[in-house]
Design a protein around this ligand. Structure first.
Ligand code: TUI
Length: 317
């Protein structure tokens, strides 16, 4: 697939991008995805400037392939993260959970390609005008912070509305999902949940095991009343949160307090009871812990076969 516009733009072999999962997507995972021929991303969400710089330096040691940084726009460290990305010569970022307008000029002037994660046609059109290189159209099947529209409905509408390449995300974990995304007008896919269970993913084993054991209806969205809905695996935390969210006596500040630190508790400490195990609806399809190489080449081979294209060459790690 040498003529794929996303592969050409990013200098990668396969049109597979790893989701920028906060507290999870570190240098080790990003480098493994990039070494497998996809685009690995370091999540900047949970790092201050110097912590992010350390992860970037580490990833440069682990791979000589292109990798990027995910800028979570609600992060308390967002200004520092943008600065470090520009200083470290990062070639591509993805932005999510907001409108990246404030940071576009700085990133573009530093020669950074900006790929914006959006959950609506309106924002897709806006970021194209601002100079985005591509769009990730992320459906509400995704894990973590979600919009309201499904991947099936969002991707073709975004593809019709913009001229830059569209990358589909949300509910994709195998070759069938990838082929379907291409039929909807996407040129590449972004996957979070599938890479969350990768062998090279350093998320706490309790979290990984909960994802591998999840069934189709095991995720739920909380936080709608706060204006930032989040999809996670159902557990004690989500039950308590929803109970409080439905109780008129709970203040938004109390809810925010409940959510604060919950992802870290699950991903780093392994507390999958009171922590937030953010994860997409496709978890029920993800049954095995595979290497990033197996994931990237496997999904592309299966998708290309379904689309009547040449298979991907098996690579040695
Ligand atoms: O950002 C994500 N997914 C995330 S971020 C995250 S970290 C977190 N931690 C604690 C609480 C909440 C989040 C976990 N998962 N995906 C990209 C994404 N962006 N999905 C939806 C959007 C989005 C939504 C609304 C982008 C823009 C937007 O509106 C902006 C506007 O101004 O229109």
């Amino acid at each position: 697939m040498n003529t794929n516009p996303v592969c050409e733009m990013l200098g990668i072999e396969y049109p597979v991008i790893q989701g920028g999962m906060a507290w999870i997507a570190d240098a080790q995972l990003a480098a493994a995805v990039s070494n497998a021929g996809g685009l690995g991303l370091i999540a900047a969400m949970n790092s201050n400037g110097e912590q992010l710089r350390a992860q970037i330096v580490k990833a440069k040691e682990l791979t000589n392939k292109p990798f990027g940084v995910n800028l979570m726009l609600m992060s308390p460290f967002i200004d520092e993260a943008v600065e470090v990305v520009c200083q470290e010569g990062i070639k591509v970022v993805t932005t999510g959970a907001g409108n990246p307008a404030k940071y576009m000029d700085k990133l573009l002037s530093a020669g950074v390609k900006v790929i914006c994660v959006v959950a609506s046609v309106a924002l897709a059109v806006m970021v194209e005008r601002m100079g985005a290189s591509a769009i990730v159209a992320e459906g509400c099947e995704s894990g973590g912070h979600v919009g309201e529209t499904t991947t099936m409905a969002l991707v073709p509408q975004v593809a019709d509305a913009v001229n830059i390449p569209v990358i589909a995300a949300g509910g994709i974990a195998d070759g069938r999902g990838m082929a379907a995304a291409f039929m909807l007008g996407a040129k590449a896919v972004q996957m979070g949940t599938r890479f969350l269970t990768a062998k090279e993913c350093g998320v706490h084993p309790n979290y990984k095991e909960k994802v591998l054991k999840a069934k189709d209806r095991d995720t739920i969205v909380t936080g709608k009343s706060l204006g930032h809905p989040v999809r996670a695996l159902k557990n004690h935390m989500t039950r308590e949160f929803l109970e409080k969210e439905n109780d008129k006596n709970t203040t938004p500040a109390e809810l925010e307090q409940m959510g604060a630190g919950a992802l870290r508790r699950a991903a780093i400490e392994g507390d999958v009871r009171t922590g937030s195990c953010m994860c997409g609806q496709i978890a029920g399809l993800v049954k095995t812990e595979d290497t990033c190489q197996e994931i990237v080449t496997g999904i592309c081979n299966d998708a290309y076969e379904l689309m009547g294209l040449e298979p991907v060459k098996a690579k040695l790690a």
